[in-house]
Design a protein around this ligand. Sequence first.
Ligand code: NAD
Ligand code: MG
Length: 387
Amino acid sequence: MKKKIAILGSTGSIGKSTLEVIKKDKKNFDIVLLTANSNYKKLIQQAKEFNARSVLINNQLFYKKVKNLLKKNRTKVYTGDISIKKIIRGKIDYTMAAIVGIAGLQPTVDAVQISKTVAIANKETIICGWEILSKYIKKHKTKILPIDSEHFSIMEITKDISDEEVEEIIITASGGPFLNIPKNKMNKVSPTQAINHPNWKMGKKISIDSANLMNKVFEVIEACKIFKFDKDKYRIMIHPQSYVHSIIRFKNGLIKMILFNTDMKIPISNTIYGKKNYVSNVKKIDSKILSKMNFQNVDTKNFPSIKLIPKCLKFGLSTPTIVNASNEVLVNLFLAKKIGFLDIVKTINKIFKDKDFKRYAKRNPSSLKEIKMTDNWARLKTISMCV
Ligand code: NAD
Ligand code: MG
């Protein structure tokens, strides 16, 4: 039986890596759905190459083009906010949730209801919508596998481990392109410099988040949502080589970590194949690197984002939604050269001081409508702070 696969955000960095994994073994997979926002050319090429059963192009402007160019194929074409529950019949074996930002929340909530396994790369969905997701995960007994390399590692190391056994969980950060530049030069960095990550090739948004370490703020929240370990046990450490993704210190004196190369195809293929994963198309780590690895504490003067972590976990369940929405707006403003690099974290700090902040932070994110309301408030507030 072929494995039925759906990829939400197939034209992005994670989406393309997922298809690369599958490419080697096409005969065992049936691609039931590929989705994208506006990169219709890539979506059409993928649909043809993998003989996809359906595609969803979110941006309606491109619907006719996609429909026309796929008319000779078996692929059905959808557009707009249509729920993937209306597109897919029967259960999907594996869905990769790889849309960027809060835009991935609704499709992931839908995917959890119609998939046996959902691999989640889309961390914004986890940090803003975990309370909703987990209701459906329980109800439909869906298996959830984190793709983010740090969380994939924590999952691998802590199978059958209880909170009592764990002393500390260290999430590593490469430090990004600005690890060694003086703070007074930070505000002058350009979007091109910020996107140019030394170890990974990723989408623009996560690359900016990696350059100021906001990505680590999100990753600690993400871990607190997925895993049952005490939230005070998490710590961030700089590890410029990015071979170790997380380190777990146990109370029995042991420290465990997993090393793997900076290639997302490794967590992706492991979640697709499980124990029968024999990685062949990724670069292997040379054992010589073991002598070159180093670890250091984060300099919070250069990376003030790290100080946001306790604040994000303190004020209420909707705080991550506020911080995420504000950050999405600010990253776009920075990419459009409307604000400086340091303004991103500065403005997020300002939002914590707003008179309405606590009221929104305390809201219970129990429905998508509720989350959207908080998200909207934070977006408008952020824009008003930047004009
Ligand atoms: P990307 O920008 O390369 O791709 C994003 C995908 O989402 C694209 O296919 C795009 O068409 C789709 N998309 C964007 N907006 C959409 C919308 N409104 N509706 C529907 N689809 C939309 O991003 P990426 O680097 O692949 O990252 C995807 C997610 O995975 C992010 O949440 C990121 O934090 C997470 N992640 C990525 C990496 C990585 O190595 N790239 C590692 C860990 C986690
Ligand atoms: Mg990560």
